[in-house]
Ligand binder design. Structure first.
Ligand SMILES: [Zn+2]
Length: 229
């Protein structure tokens, strides 16, 4: 997975509340093996996100001292090709650009949703969440929250070797929930029922599908630029 070196990144779609610097990861070419591993993980119930966080209403512990970090270090596609955090910025740009166009084509209006980079703990409208929760989407404030340390966990705990593409897929899945939120299907999935044929499981599968739709679109874009910005 490679971005156009000269592409401009739009860091306004990311809010960086990490308290300390997380070194950028290695830039690897995505592979289908990692994706399959990730998908297996999701189906086996060890997937990254949990909807409707119930526990805790504590205050966010993450500070805003690193607020401008991403804004300063993530400017171009070249940055996205070399640093984990900048790559996520590029993916967020690309995913939202895709859905923006797709909504417009169907005479709808896409509302942008920021991704929050946090370290250790973050406060959201869905409650306080720690790194252990994994990436998640909160419909209460329409934000995707992500601790980039989760990507290390993907590699070490879940054995994902898909690198950049596995990471992008995780982000695109969360934006799939945002799309569901805008379309009104997400709230219908939170009816408290569980089990293999519950709406909650269907929502997870549909979010995976939406991620795949974006991936198909992104990989068939000639210039590979993030969001054409
Ligand atoms: Zn999900």
């Amino acid at each position: 997975m490679q971005f156009d070196d000269d592409a401009r990144l739009d860091t306004s779609e990311v809010q960086d509340v990490r308290g300390s610097r997380i070194p950028g990861g290695r830039a690897t070419v995505g592979g289908i093996a990692g994706l399959i591993t990730l998908l297996l993980g999701l189906f086996l119930g060890v997937g990254p996100d949990r909807l409707g966080l119930a526990e805790g209403t504590g205050q966010p512990v993450a500070t805003v001292s690193a607020l401008a970090q991403v804004q300063q270090s993530c400017r171009t596609g070249q940055d996205a090709n070399t640093k984990d955090d900048c790559r996520v910025v590029a993916v967020v740009n690309s995913v939202q650009d895709y859905w923006d166009q797709e909504f417009e084509r169907r005479s709808g209006t896409y509302t942008s949703s920021p991704t929050v980079f946090f370290g250790q703990r973050v406060g959201t409208a869905c409650g306080s969440a720690s790194t252990a929760v994994g990436p998640f989407y909160c419909p209460g404030d329409r934000k995707v929250s992500l601790d980039l340390g989760f990507f290390d966990e993907l590699r070490t705990t879940f054995g994902a070797s898909g690198g950049a593409f596995a990471q992008a897929y995780v982000v695109a899945h969360e934006y799939g929930h945002h799309v569901q939120d805008l379309m009104g299907t997400l709230s219908r999935s939170q009816d408290g029922r569980t089990g293999a044929d519950s709406n909650a499981v269907k929502a997870e599968l549909q979010a995976d599908c939406y991620a795949g739709v974006w991936a198909h679109h992104a990989t068939t874009t000639k210039d590979g630029s993030p969001g054409g910005r």
